[in-house]
Design a protein around this ligand. Structure first.
Ligand code: DX5
Length: 218
């Protein structure tokens, strides 16, 4: 099982003091997730590359693109400091388009991820993940544990078997989960095989953020 990473999501941070919020969790975290929403792929609008560019941190920036045309957003987020970029399989259903986008992200020096919503079956990823060796592969698969678009939603437990199957078939893959993650649900995800936990409200709404992050590791 690859190393466990904890990735706070700034969607639940206080935007009026974003740098302070990032500084409050950075010493205890591994990555920082930036949720990019276009109001089309998901029913919410969040922030663009200029906001991410304004954040000063040594944490690797994990850009979660919840947008209809991810290919059009890659350059600006790379320029704004992205280390990792994830797009949704539902936005790019064609296997050749998925490969092209992964190659594009890799060519910009970033790692690539592909995300699936709770109702999307693992079958949607079989053509990509079971392709002949040498073809473009993502370093990460994101299994959404809520329907994307908002923080503070309830965890969808019937995603757990999907995580377990993915881990069984891909022992070295980074498996990220996102949505409704707290100490209890994070533990269930880890037991299923996830090794990168995204958490927004659980961390940023906690009185003791360090303790909250450490609870996700224990
Ligand atoms: C939702 C986003 C999540 C969200 C998680 O679409 O992708 O990253 O911020 O927030 P919580 O942890 O509060 O569910």
């Amino acid at each position: 099982m690859p190393k466990l990473l904890i990735t706070p999501s700034i969607l639940s941070a206080d935007f009026a003091k974003l740098q302070e919020e990032v500084n409050s969790i950075a010493p205890y975290s591994d990555w920082l997730q930036v949720d990019v929403m276009d109001g089309h792929f998901v029913p919410n609008l969040s922030f663009g590359a200029p906001v991410m560019k304004a954040i000063k941190t040594d944490l690797p920036l994990d850009v979660h693109l919840m947008v209809t045309n991810p290919a059009e957003r890659i350059d600006e987020f790379v320029e704004a400091g992205a280390s990792h970029i994830t797009f949704h399989a539902e936005a790019v259903p064609d296997i050749e388009d998925q490969r092209t986008l992964i190659e594009m992200i890799h060519a910009k020096g970033c790692t690539a991820g592909i995300a699936i919503n709770p109702d999307t079956s693992l079958q949607a990823l079989v053509p990509l993940l079971h392709a002949p060796s040498g073809s473009a592969q993502p370093e990460l698969v994101l299994c959404m544990t809520v329907h994307p678009g908002f923080g503070g939603q309830g965890f969808i437990e019937n995603v757990l078997p999907k995580i377990a199957m993915l881990r069984k078939n891909h022992p070295d893959l980074m498996i990220q989960v996102d949505g409704g993650i707290n100490e209890e649900t994070g533990k269930m995800c880890r037991e299923a095989g996830a090794n990168n936990l995204v958490a927004g409200s659980y961390i940023f709404k906690s009185k003791d953020r360090r303790k909250a992050i450490e609870a996700l590791r224990s």
